[in-house]
Design a protein around this ligand. Structure first.
Ligand SMILES: [Fe+2]
Length: 341
């Protein structure tokens, strides 16, 4: 934390930034001490910080409005996002709309890649509309694997699956190119090497470092190449079920989407198939060890989920063209659907 705070000083030196809005999720036991530590180290560098911890998983427009109010009331002039994808996504819009002088991201999970991208996935309050917005690019992303070692195994699993899906979907995307292929492929290799170890032993710093780097590389690939149907479906479902876990939704869809897309880009799949197979086998064992169960979704939402997934921005770069019927089959094979009792 000491070094991170010093990096912030280095970056803000020419500006007049003094007070940060520190945006995070509801502070859980395992990251509360990290927030205290960061605040202390910022104060050593002559900054003050006010914590806004009102960001929910799958953040809403209401969360953003509340954050903007705190920013204004506390007379902040910069924004630091601290945590996983949700606070980082919400912070981008807070920083953009308050015209913060500086916007810094400090990820404590390894999966979203959101720390370097301008993309933000937000749910419109009071609706099931999950929208992807292109907003402010962070001025600085500070990555320290030490900050990820307290992530519990289930979160390490879901964020790892998210990173892996970014790499795979960006690699086969219809907008991929040599640059994004290199980023994605390296990311997949790092995940193959260290995913299992990071879930098994959270304090394994080498594995944590690999996963953090893999997330970053996949995030950079995704930023340029876009994603595919796994994200079109998972992001849509996340809008309907606000407590759902993005990486777990992805884990339930990725294999079926790979099977669906394989023939559209056979050469690409041939190259990554051995890695995908091994990682999915590892993932299957982790699901068993973590006792994760398939999500049960409401039949009443089925039609809307099909429609919204079809128009979701991620579906535009899926390598294979699809029909509504294809999507219905995929959703039926990936999730359990039940009538509301
Ligand atoms: Fe994702």
């Amino acid at each position: 934390m000491d070094t991170l705070a010093k990096r912030i000083t280095g970056l803000t030196a020419p500006s007049s930034v003094k007070r940060f809005l520190l945006v995070t999720s509801q502070i859980m036991e395992w990251n509360r001490s990290m927030i205290c530590d960061l605040k202390q180290n910022l104060s050593k560098e002559s900054f003050t910080a006010v914590v806004f911890d009102g960001v929910e998983p799958n953040p809403t427009t209401d969360n953003i409005e509340q954050g903007k109010i705190v920013y204004g009331a506390e007379e902040c002039d910069g924004v630091i996002a601290f945590g996983g994808g949700s606070p980082i996504d919400a912070s981008k819009i807070i920083a953009d709309e308050t015209r913060a002088s500086i916007f810094i991201t400090i990820p404590t999970t390894s999966g979203t890649g959101s720390e370097i991208s301008p993309w933000s996935v937000i749910t419109a309050a009071g609706s099931n509309e999950k929208i992807s917005l292109c907003t402010r690019i962070p001025d600085l992303a500070l990555l320290d694997p030490q900050l990820t070692i307290t992530m519990p195994p289930a979160l390490t699993f879901s964020t790892g699956m998210d990173a892996f899906s970014h790499a795979v979907e960006a690699y086969v995307s219809s907008s991929s190119n040599g640059f994004t292929d290199g980023l994605s492929f390296e990311s997949m290799q790092l995940i193959l090497r260290s995913f299992k170890a990071a879930v098994k032993d959270g304090r394994n710093l080498d594995a944590r470092k690999d996963m953090q780097e893999a997330s970053l590389l996949a995030g950079a690939a995704m930023m340029h190449a876009g994603l595919g149907l796994s994200h079109a479906m998972a992001n849509t479902i996340g809008g309907f079920y606000h407590g759902s876990v993005h990486g777990w939704l992805i884990a339930q869809t990725l294999e079926a989407v790979c099977d669906f897309n394989r023939d559209a880009v056979p050469d690409k799949y041939r190259r990554i198939e051995p890695i995908v197979k091994q990682v999915m086998t590892q993932a299957g064992q982790m699901v068993e060890n973590l006792s994760l169960t398939r999500d049960v979704l409401e039949k009443d939402h089925f039609k809307s989920i099909v429609e919204k997934s079809t128009s979701n921005v991620n579906s535009t770069t899926n390598p294979r063209k699809f029909t509504k019927e294809d999507l219905e089959k995929l959703l039926n094979s990936c999730f359990e659907w039940k009538c509301k009792s």
